[in-house]
Design a protein. Structure first.
Length: 296
């Protein structure tokens, strides 16, 4: 299923929004105490539903209510991916590093395969022989038709709204700009802090390469209010939704799927909870991963 994608790193230029001033090197902080959080043995965190309390999300003050769900405490790791899929596509290798170089289709297949392995009903119906009429991309050579298996209890990708709700702390939200802090260096791996040295100045790809920037092991930064790690930075995370300009969650089709959270390549603004990224479903890169959710 792996397909070569032209201009693999073209998105880095689009992902980088220039940061006008340098920041001081980050200080190491102890994770805050997290109370009243239910975590399963599989590191799934129960997110209690409700309306958005974080004033900096795209859904604040809108009539959007989220149901209870479980979400991965961490991004899916390479170890977890290998256990289910049998091979490792990642550019940076390590059991506790997030899996990357995975397309949206790869993530969907992982969700169904993991569901089957754990005796759950797969959440997605995948028709590899029917071109999705809602996929308008001229660069996606795959275009499988993927639909929802209503009532299934298996793993799936979060919707954009569910992702923002969890990243913003759910009902425990403190209205942080990033997931767990107003200081990106406390919670996120991004272009300034994800390499050998802490970088200053403007976003610059040659400097990032020279600095040996890369993904980082899960759970090293501070968690957010719900005890979730790396929802800002490290790898960008696939969501279920098609991308729509100006109206999150509204599109019934399009050329791109939503990605959230920013990654080790992007500028600090990409790590904001409200930042909306987009990528073709067949696209994959070394800062592109995901986390799973399940219904509660």
């Amino acid at each position: 299923m792996r397909k070569p994608l032209l201009f693999l790193f073209l998105f880095t230029a689009l992902a980088a929004i220039v940061s006008g001033c340098a920041q001081d090197p980050p200080e190491k902080n102890e994770p805050p105490a997290v109370n009243e959080i239910e975590v399963t043995k599989d590191n799934l965190v129960l997110v209690k539903g409700g309306s958005f309390g974080n004033t900096k999300t795209n859904y604040y003050d809108k009539k959007v209510t989220i149901d209870d769900f479980y979400i991965g405490k961490y991004e899916v790791t390479q170890k977890e991916w290998m256990e289910i899929m049998g091979s490792n596509p990642s550019a940076f290798k390590g059991d506790q590093l997030p899996v990357e170089m995975v397309s949206w289709y790869d993530a969907v297949e992982y969700c169904n395969s993991r569901s089957i392995r754990e005796g759950l009903k797969p959440y997605y119906n995948v028709n590899k022989n029917k071109i999705d009429p809602n996929n308008k991309s001229e660069y996606d050579p795959i275009k499988w038709t993927v639909t929802i298996n209503e009532g299934a209890n298996g793993y799936r990708l979060p919707t954009e709204a569910e992702w923002e709700y969890a990243a913003s702390g759910g009902q425990l939200s403190k209205s942080y700009t990033y997931s767990g802090s107003n200081d990106a260096d406390e919670v996120a791996w991004y272009w300034r802090n994800a390499g050998d040295e802490y970088l200053s100045g403007d976003w610059n790809w040659p400097i990032i390469e020279t600095n040996k920037n890369r993904t980082q092991s899960i759970g090293l930064q501070k968690p957010n209010e719900l005890g979730l790690y790396d929802m800002s930075g490290n790898v960008r995370e696939w969501c279920w939704n098609w991308y729509a300009d100006g109206d999150p969650g509204s599109a019934s089709g399009g050329s791109f799927r939503v990605v959230k959270g920013g990654g080790w390549i992007g500028d600090v603004s990409n790590n904001e909870i409200s930042f909306r990224g987009k990528f073709e479903a067949s696209g994959f890169g070394p800062d592109q991963g995901f986390r799973v959710i399940r219904g509660a």
